[in-house]
Design a protein. Structure first.
Lengths: 179, 213
């Protein structure tokens, strides 16, 4: 079961106050949350997810001084999770043998996905920051509406409306109706 | 190790974290490194013999205010960047305020000085060493900040490195004021700022490597 922001934050603050039981409850509750966070983003590397979850728990534990009690907990957690994931990819990249690289790039459609990403970035740049962020979070990063709302600290309906309006603008622009 | 064991292990060590723990940790890094820089100045360069008299004058406090204000702003930026969910920092333009104030004083000085003395005033006696000494003295403070960051979670390592380098450079320059006898504003504006900028550049360069976690 996924715990609410209020509950997670209460446990985190309890742990910062020295309450070991609250800290353990927090770490246990984070496991399913982090598993689904990584599973959704790392289709190719399901085997690494358990390692990443553990690394993230360790980072949450050792770097908990960097949490500000007055700010949302989940946004802090996902920022750490994202950083761990990027670092994980960076380490992986470094160990890919060079001979196989063109093979890998070709099979993974690296070039296509790169240019697609550039196109998307150009298109999103024409939207308001909130619309661009909502679309990026829900359609590219793969966050759920609830996660995106939490990360951006806006309401869920606000996310939905932003995505809808943004998509409409983008569609009009691609058709050539708008500059 | 399975995850449940890990959680049990981590939960045996849950010290209390006071509310301002992050600020204190960064302060400890700066002060620890600053003391080393201070000892280096005292032992290797020597505190200027007329320090007591200089502290009654304008130039000393101008230099001190300039460097310390840059250092405080850089430390605030460093503290923000030490959190993974750092927000954009649009207030950083205030870093320009001390620079512009000092430039204003410099213009006033130039107006009061015959133009044939301008070059001597700008270069002083130590322009060739000043930036390098500031950069060297910033290293202990930078290392102190690297120690602070070991328990913190910067997401943008280059920006965090640059902010830490800027703070280290500015406080190193404050320490260097105890030795440096230069008095002109344009000297400080050029050569101190260059040294501080070098320290910030160094921080940005090595941040991604040394701050990695």
């Amino acid at each position: 079961m996924q715990q609410s922001e209020e509950q997670l934050r209460a446990w985190m603050i309890g742990g910062l106050g020295g309450d070991a039981a609250a800290h353990a409850a927090l770490l246990r509750a984070l496991v399913p949350l982090l598993q689904s966070f990584y599973r959704r983003r790392m289709a190719q590397a399901q085997n690494d997810i358990e390692d990443l979850v553990q690394e993230t728990l360790i980072a949450v534990h050792t770097r908990r001084e960097s949490y500000d009690r007055d700010r949302p907990f989940v946004a802090w957690l996902y920022a750490i999770a994202r950083h761990r994931m990027i670092d994980h990819f960076r380490r992986r990249r470094a160990t890919v043998p060079v001979e196989d690289l063109d093979q890998i790039l070709a099979t993974e459609g690296f070039e296509d996905s790169c240019s697609a990403r550039l196109d998307v970035a150009t298109l999103l740049a024409g939207l308001s920051p909130k619309q661009a962020r909502s679309i990026r979070d829900t359609h590219i990063e793969g966050l759920s509406i609830a996660e995106a709302a939490e990360a951006a600290q806006i309401g869920e309906s606000d996310v939905k409306v932003s995505v809808h309006r943004g998509m409409k603008t983008l569609a009009a622009r691609i058709r050539g109706d708008l500059p | 190790m399975n995850t449940e064991e890990l959680i049990r292990l981590l939960s045996t060590d849950v010290p209390r974290i006071p509310r301002h723990a992050l600020g204190r940790r960064i302060a400890r890094g700066v002060i620890g490194g600053g003391v080393v820089s201070l000892l280096v100045v005292a032992a290797a360069l020597g505190v200027r013999p007329d320090l007591g008299r200089a502290m009654l004058g304008f130039a000393f406090w101008m230099k001190w205010t300039y460097t310390v204000s840059l250092g405080i702003l850089a430390i605030i930026a460093t503290m923000r960047l030490a959190r993974p969910d750092a927000r954009p920092m649009r207030w950083l333009w205030v870093l320009a305020v001390p620079v512009l104030l000092l430039a204003g004083i410099g213009v006033g000085e130039l107006a009061d000085t015959p133009s044939r003395d301008w070059l001597a005033m700008w270069l002083g006696k130590s322009w060739m060493v000043c930036p390098w000494v500031v950069l060297s003295l910033s290293m202990p403070i930078f290392i102190g900040l690297l120690w602070s960051f070991r328990r913190l979670a910067p997401a943008d390592l280059r920006a965090a490195g640059a902010a830490a380098g800027l703070a280290a450079g500015a406080f190193a320059a404050s320490v260097y004021c105890l030795h440096c006898p230069e008095v002109s504003a344009i000297f400080v504006l050029t050569w101190y700022t260059l040294g501080i900028g070098l320290a910030a550049g160094f921080g940005a360069l090595v941040g991604p490597r040394f701050l990695r976690w």
